[in-house]
Structure formats: C-alpha cells, structure tokens
Design a protein around this ligand. Sequence first.
Ligand code: HAM
Length: 419
Amino acid sequence: MNRYKKVRGMHDLLPYETEKWQSVERTLMDVARLYGYKEIRVPVIEERALFERSIGSSTDIIAKEIYSFKDRKGRDLALRPEGTASVVRAFLESEMPYARKITKLYYYGQMFRYDRPQKGRYRQFYQFGTELFGGADPFFDGEVIEMLNAMVKNLNLPGYFFSINTLGCPQCKIRYTGIIREWMSGRRNKLCNDCQIRLETAPLRILDCKNTECREITRYAPDIRETLCEECKRHFGQVEEYLRKADIPYRVQPNLVRGLDYYTRTIFEMFAGDDENAVAAGGRYDSLVSDLGGPNIPAIGFAIGMERLLSLIKDKTKKTFNFVYCICIGRQAKIKGIEIARSLRDAGIITEIDYEERGLKSQMKEANRSGARWCIILGEQELEKNEIIIRDMVTGKQENVAYGNYLEIGKELINAEKP
Ligand code: HAM
C-alpha cells in the first residue's frame, strides 16, 4: 500500500527538534514580556477580503500565494499568510483601542503561503510576531528594533544585522511612487517582464527585484530620503539616533521597500550569516488601523520566521538535568521501581521506567538512548540490602544509596546539576 506523505511545502517538527524550538519560543516570549507585551491568539482562517485590503491586491502574497477557498455557505475565506492583518482586526473588534494609549501584543503560530518551496521557504511556516498600537514617536521604532535585537542576542544568533529604510508618510510614499514610476518608465525596455507589470501596479517593488539587470538599473534610482518631507526626515533621523545609541548593528538600505502594501515610514529586515533571506522583518503601518475602519491609531511591528531563525541557531541540547531512567531487574524490583517513579514524578522529576522484564544490559542500552541524565538501578541484591544504585550517565560514576534516602539524594544531585 502507498504510504501517505506530507504535502509539498509542509514539514513536521519531530521530538528532537521540538525541544530546541520550545527553548527558542520561551526566549522570544520572555523578552517580549520584558518589554511589556502580552500574548494574543487569533484564528488561522479569516475573510479573504481582510488580507486583500491590508496586504494589497497587487502584492505577490495576495496575487499568487494566498490559500483561499469558499466554505459551505459560499463565504470567501483564506488561511492567514501573516499575522498583522488578523491582529489589527482582533484589536479593532475588542475594547483595546479605547482601554489604553499604547497596546503591545505578541503572537505565535503557523502562516500559509503558496510559495515555491526551497531552503528557508515553506508553504506552512511559523512566525513569532509583535505589534504595538498607539505610538507615533520614533522612540517606539527604536524600541521595537531594540527588542528584536535583544531576542536574537539572547539566542546568540551569529553575525546578524539590520537593514533599515523609510517609505515616508502616506503623502511622501505617494510622491516617491510617482517619481519612481516616471524614472523607471524611461527605462521600461530594460526591465524584466515582471517589473514592466510592476511599473503599472506597484512601481516601488521594482527597487526590490532580484533580476540582475533590474538591480543594475535600480542602483541609480532616486533615493527616497532626498524626497521626504521635513517631518519624515526628522522621524527617520531620530530612529537612526536611537539605534546608534543602543549599539544595534544596522545599515540604511535605500532600495528596501518590503512586499506588503501597509507600510509607512520606518521599515526593516534582519539578516544573519550569509543567508540571503531575511530572518525577521517589519515596520510601521500608521494608516492600516484606520484603513480597516478603526480610529486613527499608528502602529509598528515585526515577525520572525521561525524556520529561518532555528536553522541558524546551534543546537546546544544536552542531557536534561532532571531526567531519571529507572532500571528494575525482576518482578519485586519493578514493584518498588513503580513506587520510586511515582514519587520522583510527584517531585517534578522526569522519570521513565522499563515496563518490560528485560535484562540489565538491554535496559542500560535503552537508558542511554533515552538521553536520561541519571539512572536508578534496582536489582535483587539492592532489594535485599534495601538500597538503590544512582548512576551518573555522563561520568558513568555510580553510588549505592539507602532506599529511604533516594528522593532526597536524587533531588540533591539534580539540584547540584541545574544550569
Ligand atoms: P514578511 O516579511 O512577509 O512580513 O514575513 C516575515 C518573516 O516571515 C520573513 O522575514 C521570513 O523570515 C518569514 N517568512 C515569510 N515567508 C516565509 C516562507 N514562505 N517560509 C518560511 N518563512 C517565511 C510579515 O509577515 C509582516 N506581517 C511582518 C510585520 C509584523 N510587519 C509589521 N508587523
């Protein structure tokens, strides 16, 4: 019979990976909480129109990649390709816009895009994201980037840096789009086919095209910073000042434009190692809340691509310090072993016990494979002397301990080992 296989672009996270993921997730959430963020959980399915309106109909995400479908009642729905639109929708449906001036939210979960699967690119992938509502000051841009910096610093991500740019306020963005459209029109014949279409639908995206000839042309394109209004210039200058003071590794990249339409002013991406794909990306979106029917509330956020982040972090998993494997030889020993396992678990110590009646050698092998840090051995001799053996699985040293003391001694050993 044919075995089922995972769908193209999907991936499983197996137990040896999930431990590393959980530890990274904890770090990200801990740092977000340090900055005053609270978790929000939003659905995976939304109205397709929410994404069209937020991300923009002419973006690749909406035009080519969105998983959309009609439900049994004929509603146009979609699997979320990102989290920002859903978080804004949930924010607006709640009391939050009126409860506090600043609202800080973080979220975590699967996103779906019908992308071409390749290294670092999946059709289902996880994002850890944060969104801040109500802060217009450049201080917030700085703090949001600083928080992302703190997250990756805590994770010891090697060789990372930020690319930043500004798209200006809505007026500056419209003006600059016009300038680029006109400038690129004069070079239309040299642009790739996709960019010739972008010239009509989204001229700024030409600046971001990966085609070598388009890249060569865009090198000489007008820089947005020369066309900004005074307020936008000041804003970007203050963001840079914050980043310099906070010692954050960044460079201004004039052709950074981002692939979602909702951005205004500061935008950024974070890269690490020699990976061409951004590990995280985000920016300000001061008009989205009002575009979706809410009050005029500025906002800024980012999302980290978890698969990309995890692929760059070295696995430091070592044996779990509070993991005990209990080996029992013979029926009587097993009865006692079950008692031991129960009280160790009650004390919060991870305990495994061999339920099959196997010899010492094969149980020892299994204990080794399990990754246990400690082993308790209980055989006939130990039963007679009312003792157990506690074995250190790293050093191989073992000692006999009176049965009545095992819990205390076990806890002592484990606590001495705690990182
Ligand atoms: P984005 O740039 O589309 O922005 O995605 C953010 C991150 O998600 C990327 O930098 C990448 O690490 C990861 N990512 C995107 N597509 C894939 C894929 N197909 N496979 C694996 N990883 C992927 C957003 O989604 C915005 N919502 C970010 C944001 C939040 N802006 C403001 N707030």
